[in-house]
Design a protein around this ligand. Sequence first.
Ligand SMILES: [Mg+2]
Length: 420
Amino acid sequence: MSNFTILVVDDTLTNIELLSSILEDVPYDVRVATSGEAALRSLEVKLPDLILLDIMMPGLDGFQTCEQIKSNPRTRNIPVIFLSAKDRIEDKIKAFEVGGIDYIVKPFHAKEVLVRVHTHLSIYQLQYELQEKIRLIDDNIITSETTLEGIITKVSQALCDISGYTKEEFIGQSHQILRHPDMPHELYEELWSTIQSGQTWEGEIKNLAKNKEHYWVKATISPKRDANGVITGYRSFRQVITDHKRVQELSITDGLTHLYNRRYFNEVLPKEIKRSLRQEEILSFLMLDVDHFKRYNDTYGHQAGDAVLEQIGRALQTQFKRREDFVFRLGGEEFGAIYTTLNAHDSQKIAQELCARIEALKIPHQANDVSAFVTASIGVVILDGTDPNASNADEAKLYKQADQALYRAKENGRNQVSFQ
Ligand SMILES: [Mg+2]
């Protein structure tokens, strides 16, 4: 590491010579200027690490020179130590007022000058490193701080970069502005109750950027405490996990319809059965098959067939838009839905609505022998979680029953729902 550079400014040559010899022994690199004007010109060429500045000089005096140094953003942070024969308290005060950090009275002692120079260089260096680290954190770590009420008081540049909002747009708002509609309010309730009880909450959150795109973060949110341990607000650290989530989404999503795929269905069905038994809920599993789809493809081509599957996928999503519902493309022209209702009657009503909804899409299908349009047959099996006899239900049995119901709907003339 190179030596620190000290700029010595004094109009008296003997002072310059003496200071130079003291400082060069350390060794520091010493540059000299014999007037305030010369000092300012020297700063334009190269910045020193510290300035020793005489007060009484012809032309610009030390105070005026210091004021100019401190008013220039480029030189403002360089520490200035005054050196003067003036020993009046007013002069010392003035020296600090114009931005000096220390004051040495002439005639000076070599050791005192060195100790003060060394001290201020260390502080300056530490401050610089601290600022660098703060900037590094600000640029790279997604953090924010809020009041107890959740009002944002601080955000890092990294949070601005990922969200598209400026610091000014964040301050005074709540984190609601990042809230994605896909995130259930239960998650936020759990988050708040955790941090309000003084604990740290950790979890994955889908956030909405200003441009309406989304990104996933793994968030750690913890209470911020004052010196007495009293919670004064909350602090969050977030790590972007969008790529990881995208891979996860791809592996459980059907590429054509963007519904969940069969693999995910195999995961969800047993879990939902257990959950409905535990919570004593009415769970329905619906299987849907497009009527005479092979004939449709033969008549209109596979591309048109794919478009039909996409439309049916959207019809399912419209029908089952509650968070707790699941819709799947089980393969080919076969779809599935898992949903809960208050009673069996509601489940049947929903299935009938879906059946009617598909015919109402009015997609012409001249080879369909039950309608002029594309239709679907639906089989539904209802698992009554409140029934003690249901406790031996499993996914294989449920799947078979739904499949049988679907078969009956086909047998009975298609474009209808059959219940098990
Ligand atoms: Mg002088």
